[in-house]
Design a protein around this ligand. Structure first.
Ligand SMILES: Cc1ncc(C[n+]2csc(CCOP(=O)(O)OP(=O)(O)O)c2C)c(N)n1
Ligand SMILES: [Mg+2]
Length: 1224
């Protein structure tokens, strides 16, 4: 048979089943359905859906072959169907079932049927005896209609379910509070059959797409409808037909449809009552004792506690050992008391306003975390329950919780979520309103982020603060967001405890079976205002009139169970008073508590980490040469031959470059990173790097995950194959989310101190969309919740002419949130000063300029005796900058992290000759380094890099200030004045200067003027701004400077020409590479990174930097010159700065500055434009001489008031000395 035709039949049948076809297609679809189903029934297939998978196709194929041989050998309907294609259209007949007329039912009046249904419902009593199974059950029309009805209930029954205790559900704009919409939905379900059937007692064979019959194959229509009503339109509304997996859909369907599947025993009902008593009792008790205190009670959704408890029971029974809960304010205290079993006295003590005995700022009681290990009495198993502390910002705890859960799974070796279960409790308004919910849900099935299913529970009180759902969402349900991950959604009426428990049970089992997300939407109400002091009648008068008349769920359920004889009234009263007594005793105990400890509310304790450890101990971060060699060797080699791994040609070239560097014992940025990661992995520290495109690196420098060029999904990650007993390395491209992914990594870092967890922004400013996580978790988490995290943020940063949105990692924001006092000079004589300073700050902010420093900085993260977030502004062009290299000696055991890198050239060696000290940070150093050379000021200008901005390295800065007592002090930055590091360092420089009573200098600003935009999008303007900064620091190029530069460029061009000629003659005439290669061009496949700064001065050119060794293909790269006005950090000549493989970093080699520079820039392009408005100017305080270029900047900050400081006990001589121990 024509496959297309078969497929179209299947498709039509499916569409019909899914209710997608409009009425125009109805007849056609019926035909398809009939055809398909008949074949299915005849061939005995039980699952019609299996037809769609092809099982019954064989049957139809058979029929078709038979028909081909003899059209009369098959039923007339098949004849009609098969023949249709081959008959001229004019001769095609509409389909008619071949069954005789007597088997067809006459349609009945809709009203008559309705009347009969009404009778049945009203009487509720015995229905007339069903008639015997009709001999005409093959009446496929009727049977297919029955199937359509069943399918309608399965798909849309939830729309007519009785979910709302208030009877006002359905958030449409025209929704009224009379529940009429629900009735309308019911009509839609019934209309299918009201047209067709007259006899409610008629027997029907049940299709295999339903389990409502259980073991019964036939049921009377009345019973079918009854069962469907009860299952789909009762207190549970199951939304599951949207799921894409047939297996899961069938699983859910069976769980709800099987008769008796949801029955609860008497004991189970008693347990629900007991738990509901506690849940309600807890809120009642708090209301009684603290009537005006905010507690965000659960009243109206009290069943949430027994629901969670059921999930806990079921899951622990299945083997879960650790449950992590993320939730907001509503019902949180109740969860702590009744789910975690945090002593009630401790909870009550939070209401007493007690002083804390430990440091930190604490948090309000309904945000605190909890970590409890306890016995689950139902399953007799130990379970650890954690409620993760969260900020006020709703839903932002979700990714944090997921990350923590994932990390716990990793630690436990739980590779498929059998032992760890995340539960997230949502509010209805926030679940549909907050984007982070969607972002987090999208992590649910990603290999490196999955938590193997999260159970979501919505405490849906049908209001958010004062806003009705009809004004807060456009979706029908607040849970619609979960459909994106094809999760089943179980809506349930909060006033039906048994229904809620059934949903909890099914949800736990579903998660256990499929390890996928599932949602329970508990539809209740909020008995009080948003908080207990709020008046809800201001805004929801009708709703609250109704609420006031409602009995509590506990009242309703206790009455029900008393009526059923499950408990007596006295037993129930005893339950209530027993719990009240527990609360009273806890209350009495709470009054004896005089202080609180923030640390007793910690959600992520690290047992064994702090005990017996000297937190201030400085651990070295350098590694052995052997380790460097091993890592370097493997990292620069292709996968071992046995992998038969076909690498990209470009990767071969990169490997060759790396190999060369390893041979020359010098490292670029990617090697520096690899040394850090690899050495930690060797030491058993798990390393995880996540973010958009981190596997290759946004700027194509990393290439940790290699892709087989001819085999799909075959990758190789050499850092995961360094040592046989190393820790696992996880590097993972993430979903395109900052908020959820950063939250996730932060959560991951909370789970254990023995891991280096990093998130890298694609461009630093994308951290904007993770600001909430940064502010409320990373910056302040330790202070609020006594919880440490060593998470690392790598934020590419730097003004490279790439426009406003790709230039800044918004360093200023991080610095502003740093909590060190700018006016206090710390006790730098303290022998633990460095470690103490780190320990006392909320996070560390760095702007590394060398591969060695990123290496030490990252290793320091896990070598400290405590954990701190590290915010590092990573470079872009420096990733390949020829000067941004570090010799191997800067990684070995004698090396350490450099908080500042002083000038080690002529200026640093002869400080007495220095007229200016330029402090700077990050990439701008390399620009200044080159400009200083061009301006021939290497002896008179010292460049000092501040690598660690926060905490401010007062001790080392003071040493520098004292080293150059006569010099002007400058701060140079490429960022705008209201951005970058200036506003942070300025008051701290002042504090450092004012420590010395004889000091009269201050630091002047040299950078871009203030701006609302982080950078210009205009390259000419960018360049002019740059020139202005340079001019303000070094002045104009003198005629001698220009002459020297011109001569140098000429020499360079000649040399390049000579090289070109010799190389082309050597190659038999093929065109030669431009000197220096072509890295300034956009790298293929990489996001555009500006070329590195100009080539290194000759003094830095190492032996292997010869162009002939550059393995890059010149024909493909670097052919066209950069456009006019391109950033100074770009090369201006055709020799578009390939990273010359390994010049040592300037600070390491202190080059002789009198050698001619390799700078190929044309002097004609320089110094032409006048300084821009915000050109920076030296600013002297207290009478010191002005810097060369200038008048005071209109933007300079007024002189700071004299700060107070702790006097440094060091003598000036001492402060000038080299540090004697590793600089942590
Ligand atoms: C991101 C964010 N926006 C706004 C708020 C202020 N706020 C606190 S609770 C609340 C209403 C939340 O409604 P819902 O999610 O339905 O939870 P409920 O309080 O009803 O349990 C609002 C708007 C907040 N805490 N976080
Ligand atoms: Mg709400």
């Amino acid at each position: 048979m024509n496959q297309c035709r078969l497929r179209s039949l299947v498709r039509m049948r499916r569409e019909l089943a899914l209710g997608l076809l409009g009425t125009d297609h109805h007849i056609l679809a019926q035909l398809a359905l009939r055809t398909v189903q008949t074949s299915s029934q005849l061939c005995g297939a039980h699952d019609l859906d299996s037809f769609a998978n092809g099982c019954s196709a064989a049957y139809i194929e058979g029929l078709y072959s038979k028909w081909k041989r003899n059209p009369k050998s098959v039923d007339a309907s098949w004849d009609e169907l098969f023949g249709a294609d081959e008959r001229p259209i004019s001769k095609r007949k509409p389909f008619q079932a071949s069954l005789s007329r007597k088997y067809r039912r006459a349609p009945v009046e809709r009203t008559a049927l309705k009347a009969r249904l009404g009778e049945r419902t009203a009487s509720g009593g015995a229905a007339p005896a069903p008639s015997a199974p009709p001999s005409d059950w093959k009446n496929i029309d009727d049977h297919h209609t029955i199937q359509a009805i069943i399918r309608a209930y399965q798909s849309r029954g939830h729309l007519a379910a009785d979910l709302d205790p208030l009877g006002i559900i359905l958030p449409h704009k025209g929704a009224s509070v009379d529940g009429s919409q629900r009735n309308a939905a019911k009509e839609v379900l019934r209309q299918h059959y009201s047209y067709i059937f007259g006899d409610l007692n008629a027997m029907f064979k049940l299709p295999s797409s339903t389990m409502i019959g259980g073991d019964e194959e036939f049921l009377p229509l009345r019973e079918i409808l009854d069962r469907l009503e009860r299952i789909y339109c009762g207190h549970i509304g199951v939304e599951y037909m949207q799921m894409t997996s047939l297996t899961k859909t069938t699983w859910i369907r069976d769980r709800f449809e099987k008769p008796g599947a949801l029955d609860l025993s008497k004991e189970e009902k008693k347990l629900i009552l007991e738990r509901l008593t506690r849940s309600t009792g807890f809120e009642n008790f708090l209301a009684k004792k603290f009537s005006s205190e905010k507690r965000f009670g659960l009243e109206g959704c009290d069943i949430m506690i027994p629901t969670i408890k059921e999930v806990v029971d079921r899951s622990t029974d299945k083997g879960v050992e650790s449950i992590l809960i993320g939730m907001a304010h509503r019902g949180r205290l109740n969860v702590l008391a009744n789910i975690c079993r945090k002593p009630i006295a401790d909870i009550l003590s939070q209401f007493h306003g007690l002083e804390a005995t430990d440091s930190g700022s604490g948090d309000v009681k309904y945000h605190l975390g909890v970590f409890q290990e306890r016995l689950n009495r139902q399953t007799n198993r130990m379970v650890r329950i954690t409620v993760v502390a969260n900020p006020s910002h709703l839903e932002h705890v979700n990714p944090v919780l997921l990350g923590k859960a994932r990390a716990e799974m990793f630690q436990r070796g739980d590779t498929c979520g059998n032992k760890v279960l995340p539960i997230i409790i949502h509010g209805d308004a926030s679940f549909c309103g907050q984007g982070v919910v969607y972002e987090s849900m999208h992590l649910s099935d990603l290999p490196n982020y999955t938590t193997y299913g999260t159970i979501h529970i919505v405490s849906n009180n049908q209001v958010g603060f004062t806003t009705d759902p009809r004004f807060s969402r456009s979706s029908r349900y607040c849970t619609d967001v979960a459909k994106v991950v094809s999760a089943p959604i179980l809506h349930v009426n909060a006033d039906d405890p048994e229904a809620c428990i059934k949903c909890a049970r099914i949800a736990a089992e579903y998660r256990d079976a499929f390890k996928k997300d599932v949602v329970i939407d508990i539809v209740g109400y909020r008995r009080n205002g948003h908080n207990e002091a709020d008046e809800p009648m201001f805004t929801q008068p009708l709703m609250y009139q109704r609420i006031r008349k409602l009995k509590t769920c506990l009242q309703l359920y206790s009455e029900k169970l008393i009526k059923e004889g499950v408990v007596t009234e006295n037993e129930f009263k005893a339950l209530v008073s027993e719990y009240d007594k527990i609360c009273e005793e806890a209350w009495a105990k709470s009054k004896t508590i005089k202080t609180i400890r923030y640390s007793s509310w910690i959600d992520s304790p690290w047992p064994g980490f702090f005990e017996g450890r000297d937190r201030l101990e400085l651990c070295p971060t350098g590694i052995s040469t052997d380790t460097l060699k091993t890592i370097g060797e493997i990292f620069s080699s292709p996968p071992p031959p046995e992998h038969k791994f076909e690498m990209h040609k470009g990767i071969h070239r990169i490997m060759a470059l790396r190999k060369q560097m390893v041979q020359d014992k010098v490292a670029d940025w990617s090697l520096g990173e690899a040394f850090a990661f690899g050495s930690l992995l060797k030491e058993g520290i798990h390393v995880r790097l996540s973010g958009q495109d981190v596997e290759r690196g946004t700027f194509s420098h990393r290439h940790h995950v290699l892709h087989h060029q001819t085999a799909d999904k075959v990758v190789y990650n050499s850092l995961d194959h360094l040592y046989p007993d190393q820790a696992p390395y996880s590097v993972s491209n993430s979903s395109l989310s900052e908020c959820a992914v950063l939250g996730f990594e932060h959560g991951y870092s909370m789970a254990s101190p023995h891991a280096l967890v990093m998130w890298e922004g694609q461009f630093g400013d994308f951290c904007n969309t993770a600001q909430c996580i940064i502010d409320t978790f990373i910056a302040s988490g330790e202070t609020k919740w006594v919880r440490q995290s060593g998470v690392v943020l790598l934020l590419p940063h730097g003004m490279e002419g790439m426009g406003p949105e790709h230039s800044s990692g918004r360093m200023e924001r991080f610095l502003q949130m740093s909590d060190d006092d700018p006016d206090v000079y710390p006790d730098t004589c303290d022998c633990d000063f460095v470690a103490r300073q780190l320990m006392n700050i909320n996070w560390i902010v760095t702007n590394f300029s060398t591969p060695a420093n990123i290496f030490h900085g990252l290793r320091r993260q896990v070598k400290m005796g405590f954990r701190k977030p590290l915010i590092n502004f990573s470079p872009k062009s420096l990733l390949r900058h020829p000067l941004a290299r570090s010799p191997f000696k800067d990684f070995n055991e004698c090396s350490c992290f450099q908080r500042i890198i002083p000038d080690k050239g002529p200026a640093g060696k002869h400080p007495e000759c220095v007229k200016k000290v330029v402090f700077c940070s990050g990439k701008v150093y390399y620009d200044l380094f080159k400009e200083r050379d061009d301006h021939e000021q290497v002896e008179t200008v010292a460049l000092v890099r501040v690598e660690q901005l926060c905490p401010f390295p007062y001790d080392l800065i003071s040493q520098q200030l004292e080293l150059y007592p006569e010099a002007d002090l400058l701060w140079a930055q490429e960022e705008h004045k209201n951005m970058g590091g200036w506003f942070y360092v300025q008051p701290r420089f002042d504090t450092a200067l004012l420590k010395n009573e004889n000091e009269s200098r201050c630091v002047s600003y040299h950078g871009r003027p203030p701006s609302s935009s982080p950078a210009t999008g205009n390259k000419v303007q960018h360049y002019n701004e740059y020139k202005a900064i340079i001019k303000s620091i070094f002045g104009e190029l003198t005629p001698e400077n220009k002459e020297r530069l011109e001569a140098k460029i000429k020499a360079q061009q000649e040399k390049a020409k000579a090289d070109t000629q010799s190389s082309s003659s050597a190659k038999g005439g093929s065109s030669p590479p431009a000197k220096g290669g072509s890295s300034g061009k956009k790298r293929s496949g990489s996001d555009s990174v500006p070329s590195p700064a100009p080539a290194a001065p000759e003094a830095h050119s190492p032996p292997m930097a010869k162009p002939s060794k550059n393995p890059r293909s010149p024909s493909k790269r670097g052919a066209s010159p950069p456009s006019k006005g391109e950033s100074l950090s770009k090369k201006k000549s055709g020799s578009d700065s390939a990273p010359s493989p390994s010049p040592a970093a300037p600070e390491a080699q202190s080059p002789p500055m009198d050698k001619p520079s390799k700078n190929p820039r044309s002097p004609s392009k320089r110094g032409a434009s006048p300084p821009s408005k915000g050109e920076s100017f030296s600013k002297k305080r207290l009478g010191s001489a002005p810097a060369p270029s200038s008048a005071p900047s209109p933007h300079s900050k007024p002189q700071a008031s004299r700060p107070h400081f702790v006097k440094n006990k060091n003598s000036p001589e001492e402060t000038g000395s080299e540090p004697t121990k590793p600089d942590l």
